[in-house]
Design a protein around this ligand. Structure first.
Ligand code: ATP
Ligand code: MG
Length: 164
């Protein structure tokens, strides 16, 4: 479906923010394609339900794997053909030994202590991103934090469009 991404994301942030008062979610938007553009919007044609899955999973991970009172940064960057989502936390990080397996179903790292979860969120994220022709990557440092980056085309490739 066709929708406007800035409003979609700020609504989502507001929703999550009401359920997590301990973590401030800093939301920002950059317009890399036309910096002078007066119209601060990001029209996209994507699957809104899949996008919601992607962003809530990543934002909730950022929240639950970082200590209370640490803020989360959530930024979106509009490019001509693509949109980039960066979700950054200053949390526990992902041990090097686990980094190659975190997108696998049920894999959970060994530094999570008693933080609850099933290990399915990132597998779902990866699927929801790839089915829309995008990619998801991350960079993480143990004890310092993690940043997940999702890159999606602003318009679903035609084949995917037809099957959705
Ligand atoms: P759920 O299925 O409820 O999401 P989960 O959070 O354990 O459970 P995933 O979201 O798939 O599962 O994440 C897999 C593992 O990757 C986590 O158990 C954790 O070890 C690690 N991980 C994911 N996101 C982060 C993060 N932001 N910071 C640190 N570790 C993370
Ligand atoms: Mg999760």
């Amino acid at each position: 479906t066709s929708f406007e991404l800035v409003e979609f994301c700020s609504d989502l942030v507001e929703e999550l923010q009401t359920s997590t008062h301990q973590h401030q979610i800093n939301f920002s938007v950059y317009y890399a394609d036309f910096p002078q553009d007066e119209v601060k919007v990001i029209p996209v044609f994507l699957d809104d339900k899949l996008l919601r899955q992607i962003l809530t999973n990543l934002l909730i991970n950022a929240i639950k794997y970082s200590p209370e009172a640490q803020s989360i940064n959530f930024e979106i960057i509009r490019q001509e053909q693509e949109v980039i989502f960066n979700i950054q936390d200053y949390g526990i990080g992902i041990p090097l030994a686990d980094q190659s397996r975190i997108f696998q179903s049920f894999h959970r790292a060994n530094n999570i202590g008693t933080i609850a979860g099933t290990g399915l969120g990132l597998a779902i994220v990866k699927n929801c991103v790839e089915v829309q022709g995008g990619e998801v990557t991350f960079d993480s440092r143990l004890g310092e934090g993690t940043i997940f980056q999702v890159k999606l085309p602003r318009i679903l490739p035609r084949i995917l469009e037809e099957s959705s």
